[in-house]
Design a protein around this ligand. Structure first.
Ligand code: ADP
Ligand code: MG
Length: 474
């Protein structure tokens, strides 16, 4: 190769580096070499197939443009893998059997059954997305009072087009267990990928952690980050499980990078952003900066509608399965817990019906679902609610409770509120301290002990606290 060609190549690399930035340049192009220039065709080589396909799908045009800016006669850039040795060990492994009746039910949801990511199996593993359940779509999601807003927001996200202004970012959905978060998130993923506008990646927080950690181990962290940035919509389920300092730093990084780049982020968690204790303040405020929607408990009417829809769906496979409406009404009324228990109840009726051939009756239903009938699930109590209710009860303001004032008329209510926060929520002492104007956990502990000591002797206070508890749990 001539000196002139090598010189041109050096300039092209400089141009490329200037355009994509040092980080991107060093992760993707540092090991790219010039092999030959022949009649307007430039042949470049990289050491791995992964790099090749990544550069091809993400930077092909840019590389060509840089060449053309340098050498007007270049019309084509060809990319080859330097080593011709085929590493069979690196070929993607067959998917493990998910142990389900229907193997096709779980796929990565990008519509074509293939993994989302490019060649390299380690990145592929990290970014393949979590399994999706083909039944969890918008079509099977029943809308009711408690989920109207969450559903509308999810729909909006799923139908947005590439380049549309992002309306709320992130979309953050939270609720108690079994109320449809995963269902909505997977619906967004299915619908978004079917529309084909933007690549939607669904990950559980665990998968995010696992993916990142394993990517680090195989030293493709940069590749991982870069690949994540290629995602149009990132969906993360069960964010409360995100743990570990480095994972969080990475999550924060990814979140910022995606949001700043105008990519959509959708998150579900069992608590509001302010209650994600282990995350640092900046991440929490970033999470709270989009649209935060809570889904309430499934009302009886909604439960009834979900059951009806479920029976219809079951009849597609079991035409003889018939559940009289009064039975559905009974289940909707008594099995109050959550969507999962509703499903469990119907499954039992179906099993009983199939195994014995007996028709489903009210008596049978009463017998079969007896143990699913539980008292009303205790409400999730929030620290804000405690502060509000206590402040109202004692006629002080919420900011008094959070302030550093030490006058008796605020000290006692503050202690009561801290005590309730400790007994009615799962929050830790440091977290409670933080939520009460940044107090130390020892202060909270002191308050809790104080009130515990007092209620033993002071009947009036004990009763007051009982009333507050009842108000909060209703
Ligand atoms: P979460 O993720 O909030 O714990 P899931 O999304 O896993 O809850 O829902 C639990 C079960 O209840 C699933 O089978 C889901 O399909 C069902 N479910 C919950 N809400 C609805 C709804 N609005 N319409 C239809 N099914 C629902
Ligand atoms: Mg879930």
């Amino acid at each position: 190769m001539s000196n002139g060609e090598q010189e041109s190549w050096a300039r092209v690399k400089e141009r490329l580096r200037a355009e994509v930035g040092d980080d991107v340049y060093s992760s993707w192009f540092a090991r790219m070499d010039l092999e030959a220039i022949e009649e307007g065709a430039v042949r470049l080589s990289v050491p791995t197939r992964f790099l090749k396909s990544w550069i091809q799908s993400h930077y092909a045009e840019r590389v060509l443009a840089c060449w053309q800016a340098q050498e007007g006669k270049v019309t084509r850039v060809e990319l080859i893998v330097r080593s011709a040795v085929l590493r069979t060990a690196m070929l993607p492994k067959a998917k493990p059997d998910m142990g389900l009746d229907n193997g096709s039910r779980y796929t990565n949801g990008n519509g074509n059954g293939r993994p989302l990511s490019v060649g390299d199996p380690s990145v592929h593993e990290a970014l393949g997305g979590s399994p999706l359940d083909s039944r969890l779509t918008f079509e099977t999601f029943v809308i009711g009072r408690s989920n109207t807003l969450a559903h509308a927001a999810a729909k909006q996200v799923a139908s947005a087009k590439r380049g549309d202004a992002v309306m709320f970012n992130p979309l953050y959905i939270h609720s108690g267990v079994g109320l449809g978060k995963t269902h909505l998130l997977q619906a967004v993923t299915w619908a978004g990928n079917a529309a084909g506008e933007r690549k939607v990646l669904y990950l559980t927080a665990e998968k995010f952690m696992y993916g990142f950690v394993s990517a680090l181990r195989t030293q493709t962290a940069l590749a991982f980050k870069e690949a994540l940035r290629g995602i149009g919509v990132l969906v993360i389920d069960d964010l409360q499980f995100l743990q570990g300092k480095s994972t969080q730093a990475e999550f924060c990084h990814t979140l910022n990078a995606l949001i700043d780049a105008g990519r959509q982020v959708v998150i579900a968690s069992d608590r509001p952003p302010s209650d994600l204790e282990s995350l640092d303040d900046r991440v929490r405020s970033r999470l709270a900066g989009g649209l935060v929607v809570e889904m309430g408990p499934l009302g009886e009417e909604l439960r009834f509608e979900i059951l009806k829809a479920r029976v219809l769906a079951a009849r597609a496979h079991h035409p003889a399965f018939d559940v009289p409406l009064p039975v559905l009404g009974y289940i909707a009324k008594t099995v109050t817990h959550n969507g999962r228990d509703l499903e469990g109840a119907l499954n039992r009726l179906l099993a009983h019906n199939k195994l014995t051939g007996h028709a489903v009756t009210l008596e049978m239903a009463e017998r079969e679902v007896r143990d699913l009938i539980r008292p009303q699930e205790p409400k999730r109590v929030k620290i804000e609610d405690i502060q509000r209710v206590v402040a109202r009860q004692y006629n002080v303001s919420r900011s008094d409770l959070l302030s550093s004032r030490r006058t008796a008329n605020v000290v006692r209510p503050r202690q009561v509120a801290m005590y309730l926060a400790k007994t009615l929520t799962l929050r830790s002492l440091p977290e409670i301290g933080r939520r009460f104007g940044g107090r130390d956990h020892t202060t909270v502990l002191h308050a809790v002990r104080k009130i515990e000591g007092l209620v033993g002797n002071d009947m009036a206070l004990a009763e007051e606290i009982e009333i507050l508890k009842r108000q909060l749990q209703e």
